[in-house]
Design a protein around this ligand. Structure first.
Ligand SMILES: Cc1cc2nc3c(=O)[nH]c(=O)nc-3n(C[C@H](O)[C@H](O)[C@H](O)COP(=O)(O)OP(=O)(O)OC[C@H]3O[C@@H](n4cnc5c(N)ncnc54)[C@H](O)[C@@H]3O)c2cc1C
Length: 483
């Protein structure tokens, strides 16, 4: 077991918090260096957390609380002016303890993660400590801070969009574009019982012609309203003149309301050219920025955290070769590229950059009123789903394991203890120094998984399927995974 100095996590945003808790769960101490003097009120920001992300948070003891406090929504409705074009209902959760989505303010998620960190002796947070430089000297890393240097075996840079210091440590750069258009978001407290459990997307409503408005329910009768607005919008002027109040009125009607938070922001589509170099890894907004339609920002940052944490822990415990850490770059950059492609397509539909694009948007939306086929061309954001790693022809390989239980034990929970081998008959764990559980999956569950009689599924510590092999191929597959 590892007994050396803590892994340094730069930044105590939700991705840094999650990384630190996951490292601690794997028995590796974490030191979080955070420039802010304490948790600062920063508005609610991210609100939509996906089921598989709640599952990752469950593995560090906060997922269920987040799910309980969040608003569960299962219906997404899309409107053009006064017409409802279509609605999508999300499938039941099957054997997952979590709903498909919950809405909860990022600020509350951070608070719950902070409380969990307080209960976790293996995580230390040093507030008011700014990282000023990172020097990977091969045998370890020296992290320069305004309070002196810190030695560590690995750094996970979760310093957010402005985290240049961590990006520079992996070669620098943050390529991509920033969109001109502005979005005005408000959290409005108001009693709207009929809208409590659904997301509504309005194209060209009479109260925001030529643009769109997105409305999400949040806990405590708060609604997140997101207006696309002209680039020259002036929030302070709107507040003073009463225009902001009028905007909200148009959405909520005559009911009393209170604006709990409001901001104007621009979207960015950016990706660092590398997400890992040597002993430094990037995670979350420090590595990638996407438009929030589809809720791919924080959700994908949590997936980065999980991928980084198990790789670093396995290398430090000696369960895997150090090269296992390098694979992070390929995998999480592929995931980030997918998110960028999807959100860029969405932005091209929502906010076209050419006259031709606007004509297409108008044409699709008008046809969609009467033509169901046109509705499939509407892109109001493809919601986050975990990335499938690699391109193996076997459909299970690279994908997150379906959320099934066998004899009352959730397979994903077993996977998150080390390695998991799944087969229809007995299988012998490989003679390697690594925690490994072998599970015989009975017929019904095996059919549901798609696990065939001649197959053994090797499942990684982040519950993604690493390989599907015959009985004789298990040791080779595990060696391939762990370097
Ligand atoms: C309006 C809005 C709506 C959004 N909606 C969604 C949504 O619905 N779903 C979703 O998944 N995502 C959403 N996002 C994105 C989400 O908010 C971000 O993806 C998330 O905050 C990223 O977390 P992070 O931990 O990577 O970075 P951050 O939250 O930015 O945290 C970075 C931390 O690093 C610290 N830091 C920076 N530099 C240093 C340094 N040199 N030394 C020490 N500390 C440092 C900072 O002080 C900060 O605390 C939204 C974002 C916005 C703005």
């Amino acid at each position: 077991m590892y007994g050396g100095p803590p892994v340094v996590v730069v930044g105590c945003g939700p991705v840094g918090q999650t990384t630190a808790l996951l490292l601690a769960r794997w028995g590796v101490p974490a030191l979080v260096l955070e420039a802010a003097p304490r948790r600062l009120p920063a508005g609610s920001r991210s609100i939509c957390q996906q089921r598989d992300v709640l599952d990752v948070w469950d593995s560090v003891g906060v997922g269920r609380r987040i799910a309980e406090e969040g608003v569960t929504w299962r219906v997404a409705r899309t409107f053009l002016r006064e017409h409802e074009l279509f609605h999508v209902e999300f499938a039941d959760s099957g054997s997952s303890p979590f709903p498909p989505w919950v809405n909860i303010a990022q600020s509350r998620v951070e608070q719950l993660l902070d409380e969990q960190i307080d209960r976790t002796p293996a995580v230390e947070v040093r507030w008011g400590t700014t990282v000023t430089g990172i020097d990977d000297h091969g045998a370890g890393v020296t992290v320069q801070t305004d309070a002196g240097p810190v030695e560590t075996p690995y750094v996970v840079g979760c310093a957010g969009a402005h985290g240049r210091v961590v990006r520079d440590a992996v070669g620098g750069g943050f390529e991509g574009r920033s969109f001109e258009d502005r979005f005005l978001i408000c959290d409005v407290r108001c009693d709207l019982p009929d809208r409590q459990l659904e997301r509504r997307f309005h194209f060209d409503p009479v109260w925001n012609p030529g643009r769109q408005v997105l409305i999400h329910p949040c806990p405590d009768s708060v609604f997140r309203i997101d207006w696309q607005v002209p680039p020259d919008v002036d929030l302070d002027a709107e507040r003073r003149s009463g225009a902001l109040e009028e905007r909200v009125r148009q959405v909520v009607g005559d009911r009393p309301f209170e604006v709990a938070w409001c901001t104007v922001y621009r979207f960015h589509s950016r990706l660092a050219p590398r997400m890992a170099l040597g002993r430094v890894l990037l995670a979350g907004d420090a590595a990638h920025l996407v438009a929030p339609f589809g809720a791919r920002g924080l959700n994908s940052g949590v997936a980065d955290a999980e991928n980084a944490a198990w790789r670093i822990a396995f290398a430090l415990h000696g369960w895997a070769a150090p090269s296992v850490v390098a694979t992070y770059d390929d995998e999480r950059r592929a995931a980030a590229r997918e998110n960028l492609e999807i959100t860029t397509r969405t932005m091209d539909f929502l906010v076209p950059q050419t006259d031709q694009g606007w004509a297409h948007r108008r044409d699709v939306l008008e046809r969609a009123v009467t033509d169901p086929a046109a509705r499939t061309e509407i892109d109001s954001g493809r919601l986050y789903a975990p990335h499938r790693y690699g391109a193996d022809p076997h459909p299970a390989v690279g994908a997150l394991l379906p959320d099934l239980a066998v004899e009352g034990r959730r397979l994903r929970e077993l996977a998150r203890r080390g390695l998991l081998l799944l087969s229809r008959g007995p299988v012998v764990a490989p003679p390697l120094d690594v925690p490994c559980t072998a599970v015989t999956v009975p017929g019904g569950a095996a059919d549901e998984l798609g696990l065939r009689a001649d197959e053994v599924w090797v499942v990684r510590p982040d519950a993604h399927v690493a390989a599907v092999v015959g009985r004789g191929g298990v040791t080779g597959a595990v060696r391939g995974l762990l370097g």
